[in-house]
Design a protein around this ligand. Structure first.
Ligand code: ZN
Ligand code: ZN
Ligand code: ZN
Length: 440
């Protein structure tokens, strides 16, 4: 199959990718395994380090005590990539290096050990020319990078000198030198997420690092295990630039721009930023009242991080009942707090409350996500499952249908989430038949 995308120079943005052919909404544009990836430290006990499945029980690598696997098969398949890492991990115990240090090391091992250099030299050029934004980085950030770089050196000591020193020295200086390698890594890696959009790892997909950002992108990225799939969420013409969003788009223009400048070192000039079209809606209602919500957010987020669900739910429901008529559901701060109330009620098993809050968010999500978006699909699925559990079967079927319309475009027809939704809809339909036959 000829590639559907090609490199080009995007006016004002440098390198970019554009459509080589006409692409339909929902179409798979590109699919790639990572060049290197690793499970995030924070979920490293819950996810298989080979296939990235979430499991209740996992086998633990008896040597580093860090890597975990579904079974012997996953462990065996992971070994060639884990062998060197395992020694390095052992050398630092009980300390565990950060995700970016582990990822950088895995990249070096992959380049050196699998002679990827020889197999695909073109890919290396792409890596070599990736931005590291060193010139626009703050001193503070540079210091952080320098610390990571010395951590990387320390971490690699076990395996340096490499058995393949000559191959190593064949690497371009910017990849050989820990500081610039780490800098590249942090600007160009992608967060790998699971079906529920929770972060499970980080990975490098060199050819897709060229994708530029837009606050209303025409593509989205979804993962199947560690494989990245890029899909169109709108019809795209040949030569039109392909874009993704680097950040969560549901926030104010000012906040999105600040985040993009801090993390990715550029000023977004997309159409969505220019028109600031949703900002007014996000700040609707009496300002003096929604300020209360805005100011309460950091404290509530703290409770969420601490998993203090009882206090979180009390905090949210108290605030929401205070502002009830003064701030419409579309208000961004109200939406965030309502979402936290859903989370907290689910954790506490207060299903009726969870479904009540969840249903309130759905019309708002619909307004803020005009294009199919995984976040919107997952929210619908979450609410649908609650409705189903509470035997609100007709509501559940309706919500699952809406979720399906989105997920089949963002995740594709054969993604496990899409099949899961088909099963859920079927269950609802047959339960409705049973109900109507038993009532006669
Ligand atoms: Zn596995
Ligand atoms: Zn190990
Ligand atoms: Zn923008």
């Amino acid at each position: 199959m000829p590639p559907k995308l090609e490199r080009f120079v995007s006016p004002g943005k440098g390198n970019g990718l554009r459509a080589a052919v006409r692409v339909k909404r929902g179409e798979l544009v590109y699919c790639a395994p990572p060049l290197a990836c690793c499970v995030s430290n924070k979920v490293s006990r819950d996810v298989c380090h080979h296939c990235f499945s979430r499991r209740e029980t996992l086998l633990r690598c008896s040597q580093c005590k860090m890597a975990r696997y579904c079974n012997i098969t996953c462990q065996k398949q992971a070994w060639s990539g884990h062998k060197r890492e395992c020694k390095c991990l052992q050398s630092l115990l009980p300390r565990i290096p950060t995700d970016s240090v582990r990822l950088a090391a895995r990249l070096l091992f992959a380049l050196v050990c699998f002679s990827l250099l020889m197999k695909d030299p073109k890919m290396l050029y792409t890596l070599e020319e990736h931005e590291s934004h060193l010139s626009s980085m703050s001193e503070h950030k540079k210091q952080g990078m320098a610390q990571l770089a010395s951590m990387l050196e320390l971490y690699l000591q076990q395996e340096v000198p490499y058995p393949a020193q000559e191959v190593m020295s064949a690497l371009p200086p910017s990849l050989r030198e820990p500081f610039s390698l780490i800098a590249k890594m942090t600007c160009n890696c992608f967060t790998i997420s699971d079906g529920e959009l929770q972060e499970i790892g980080v990975g490098l997909y060199p050819s897709l690092s060229l994708l530029n950002h837009d606050c209303r992108p025409n593509c989205v990225m979804v993962f199947v295990g560690t494989k990245l799939q890029l899909r169109a969420v709108r019809d795209i013409n040949p030569e039109e630039e392909l874009t993704i969003s680097y950040i969560e788009t549901l926030s104010l223009t000012e906040d999105r721009q600040r985040q993009l400048e801090d993390q990715y070192h550029f000023t977004c000039r997309c159409q969505h930023c220019d028109s600031q079209d949703k900002d007014r809606l996000m700040l609707s209602g009496h300002e003096s009242t929604w300020r209360l919500l805005k100011e309460a957010l950091p404290r509530l987020e703290g409770l969420k991080t601490e998993s203090d669900w009882q206090a979180l739910l009390e905090g949210c429901s108290h605030l929401l009942s205070t502002v009830v008529g003064d701030v419409p559901d579309e208000n961004l701060y109200k939406l965030r707090i309502t979402d936290m109330a859903v989370d907290a009620s689910i954790h506490l098993g207060h299903w009726e409350e969870a479904v009540g809050y969840g249903e309130k968010t759905l019309p708002v999500y619909r307004q803020y996500y005009p294009d199919p978006h995984p976040v919107h699909g997952v929210q619908l699925m979450r609410v649908g499952k609650l409705q189903h559990y509470l035997e609100h079967i007709e509501d559940a079927l309706d919500t699952f249908k809406q979720a399906y319309q989105i997920i089949k475009l963002t995740h594709g027809d054969d993604h496990p989430m899409t099949s899961d939704l088909r099963i859920k809809m079927e269950e609802c339909r047959s339960e409705m038949v049973q109900q109507s036959s038993s009532s006669h």
